[in-house]
Design a protein around this ligand. Structure first.
Ligand code: MG
Ligand code: MG
Length: 286
């Protein structure tokens, strides 16, 4: 990891981060319009890089720590950091975590969404629904005065204690700003009341990575892709959020609504329902 320092952003800086994050959302929306079985990771990655550059930004991941691609596309048992190439072919029944970063006006944007292609198994749909729900449970704890552990606890108690899924330990959410990965770490497991205190101006990426089976993961021989040890599917949803004043709800930098509209309009994709509309609407008003 590069810079590991908590940086509290000014309102002007938060607006710049928002612009970068909204470009991530736009990119994922366009990807959501085109996804279909038979398409390859290379095709969407090539599209995404062009789209980001056409909008005056550069890909946020490409070149960072040696990352070769604009998107990180993780298929089924791949948790995160899957590398899109011509051999990565999407098929009916796949779930695809697509993670995207941008860099513009000195600030990074970061968000991810898991897309369900065609006839996805019902237990895998449940995993996606609950992982997405856990993201919002975590966001709901992202308030000034709380600690990172309050977010961690909310995600873990719902997914692991209640639903017996595996919470990945090796990868965590993070601060976001002039660097893609800033302090603090935002783990998806932990205890209430532990970890750094959240204060106004902090921007964090909250990103539950939840496995249908074991929490244990391995690194593939490509040195990038993280897969579940039991090869069961894994889901991943990510929003970047800014901590606001006095315990008010966080301000979402990324926007999943247009992505979900694209999914609803794409007959090749299955929409992952919200388990608590009121909670989602608190953060993504309709
Ligand atoms: Mg990400
Ligand atoms: Mg991230």
């Amino acid at each position: 990891m590069a810079v590991r320092k908590m940086e509290f952003k000014t309102p002007e800086e938060i607006e710049l981060i928002r612009q970068s994050c909204l470009l991530v959302s736009k990119t994922l929306t366009e990807v959501g319009k085109m996804l279909k079985p038979g398409m390859t990771g290379l095709e969407i990655d090539t599209f995404a890089e062009e789209f980001i550059r056409d909008h005056g930004a550069v890909p946020g991941f490409k070149g960072l720590y040696g990352c070769p691609s604009t998107l990180l596309v993780s298929q089924n048992e791949e948790v995160v950091h899957g590398l899109p190439d011509k051999n990565q072919v999407f098929k009916d029944g796949d779930i695809l975590s697509i993670d995207c970063g941008t860099y513009m006006n000195d600030f990074y944007g970061d968000a991810a969404y898991t897309f369900c292609v065609g006839d996805v198994a019902e237990e895998t749909m449940d995993l996606c629904r609950r992982t997405k729900h856990a993201l919002y449970l975590g966001i709901d704890q992202a308030r000034a005065g709380n600690r990172t552990g309050d977010i961690s606890f909310a995600v873990q108690s719902y997914t692991e204690r209640k639903h017996k899924y595996g919470v990945v330990r090796e990868l965590v959410g993070h601060g976001l700003g002039r660097s893609l990965h800033e302090a603090p770490d935002v783990p998806n497991f932990g205890k209430r009341g532990r970890g750094p205190v959240l204060r106004e101006g902090l921007v964090i990426a909250i990103e539950p990575m939840i496995n249908l089976g074991t929490k244990n993961v391995l690194s593939k021989p490509d040195g990038w892709t993280i897969v579940t040890k039991d090869r069961k599917p894994s889901a991943h949803y990510e929003h970047s959020v800014a901590i606001t004043k006095g315990g008010e709800p966080a301000d979402l930098m990324s926007d999943h609504r247009p992505i979900e509209e694209a999914i609803r309009n794409n007959p090749n994709l299955k929409f992952v329902d919200n388990l608590d509309d009121e909670l989602v609407w608190r953060y993504q008003p309709v």
